[in-house]
Design a protein around this ligand. Structure first.
Ligand SMILES: Nc1ncnc2c1ncn2[C@@H]1O[C@H](COP(=O)(O)OP(=O)(O)OP(=O)(O)O)[C@@H](O)[C@H]1O
Ligand SMILES: O=C(CO)[C@H](O)[C@H](O)COP(=O)(O)O
Length: 333
């Protein structure tokens, strides 16, 4: 939404600024001239008006999770909800981590790794360690986007493990920063309009990562397990604590409906939503504020064994008021 107000140029002392022809901008100044028979406020009958428009700032959303916890999967779904298919920047680096749709640009915070793969190995740090990341640049660039300015963002190349030349990112309507540390640095955190943490339990994380890294990335079971174990101390120290700052946390845990399930195909999901966030109304089931358990009868809804179970109700999380929506089971249709 844009708020526009017309002023005659003489009523404003501000100089006229030129605006680059790209993206969404704030404080746009548009000059236009009309012919007028009246001489007041005119030169040779021409009357000049200035329209200054405060255009909506990009909305900035942070999505945090460990590697292999479904950030890309979740973002693909979310950008399609916002509108348009998300694609890598056209004509750019084929290994770019960025996705752009009509409304939304998603950048991956791996692009702010200050140490490349060799550098991390030499220094004995993981990518989760803040020492391997440039938070000053992350802050400056997210702030610039929020101010409606384009940025030259570095690219971390996951294929080569090197830092590639920067890519140009224009300010979109919705700007999503996804990765390991969107809520780690207080300055970056303050810029977020909304934040989400995907809290995937170790059992589910193992199942998802093993299935993907063996099928798509050619890793062995042993190497995947070793990598998850090696990252665990830094995950606990630097990634997991960010969930206390999130406006919404999505916990994914193994089901309790099937005793000793180790397939990880039937899940238990808990959506924890902070109260009182601007523009965000926690979702609820049937009756706001109630707690509901529901097992569908099976005649109206098709669901395979073991069925599904919902509940909804108020909860506390890190000492704050939240609404909590729980889902257990599997809907097939
Ligand atoms: N909601 C889900 N239900 C079932 N499987 C999922 C879900 N989300 C993700 N997965 C599976 O988990 C694996 C990892 O997901 P994804 O690639 O989206 O994670 P990521 O956090 O983007 O990983 P990375 O940071 O390592 O690139 C994929 O194989 C995907 O199919
Ligand atoms: O935790 C990660 C975030 O996705 C990656 O492991 C990190 O970015 C390093 O990447 P790579 O293993 O490709 O060098």
């Amino acid at each position: 939404m844009a708020f526009c107000s017309p002023h005659s140029t003489t009523s404003l002392r501000s100089p006229c600024t030129t605006i680059p022809n790209s993206g969404f901008r704030q404080n746009q100044v548009i000059l236009f001239t009309t012919r007028s028979s009246r001489r007041s406020n005119t030169r040779h009958g021409a009357r000049t008006f200035q329209v200054s428009c405060a255009v909506e700032q990009p909305i900035v959303i942070g999505l945090a999770a460990d590697s292999g916890c479904g950030k890309s999967t979740f973002m693909r779904r979310l950008t399609s909800v916002f509108g348009g298919a998300a694609e890598p920047p056209k004509g750019g680096n084929p290994d770019s981590n960025t996705l752009i749709s009509d409304t939304t640009t998603v950048i991956c915070l791996d692009d702010y790794h200050s140490l490349d793969r060799t550098g991390r190995k030499e220094k004995g740090v993981t990518a989760l360690d803040p020492k391997a990341n440039d938070f000053d640049l992350m802050y400056e660039q997210v702030k610039a986007i929020k101010e409606g300015k384009a940025i030259e963002k570095p690219i971390y190349n996951h294929v080569t493990g090197l830092l590639d030349p920067a890519e140009l990112i224009q300010p979109p309507k919705i700007f999503v920063i996804e990765g390991l540390h969107p809520m780690y640095d207080e300055r970056v955190r303050e810029l977020l309009d909304f934040s989400i943490y995907l809290d995937i339990s170790n059992e589910v994380k193992f199942a998802w990562k093993i299935q993907r890294d063996m099928a798509e990335r050619g890793h062995s079971l042993e190497s995947i397990k070793a990598s998850i174990e090696a990252r665990k101390p830094d995950f606990d120290a630097f990634i997991d604590p960010q969930k206390q700052y999130a406006d919404a946390v999505i916990e994914v845990l193994p089901t309790q409906l099937i005793p000793d399930d180790n397939e990880g195909k039937v899940l238990r999901v808990k959506l924890i939503m902070k109260e009182g966030i601007k523009f965000f109304n926690p979702v609820y089931l049937f009756d706001e504020g109630s707690t509901i358990n529901w097992i569908p009868c099976g005649r109206k809804l098709t669901c395979s064994y073991p069925g599904i179970k919902f509940s909804y109700g108020p909860d506390t999380y890190f000492g704050q008021e939240y609404r909590c929506w729980r889902w257990m089971g599997n809907l097939t249709d």
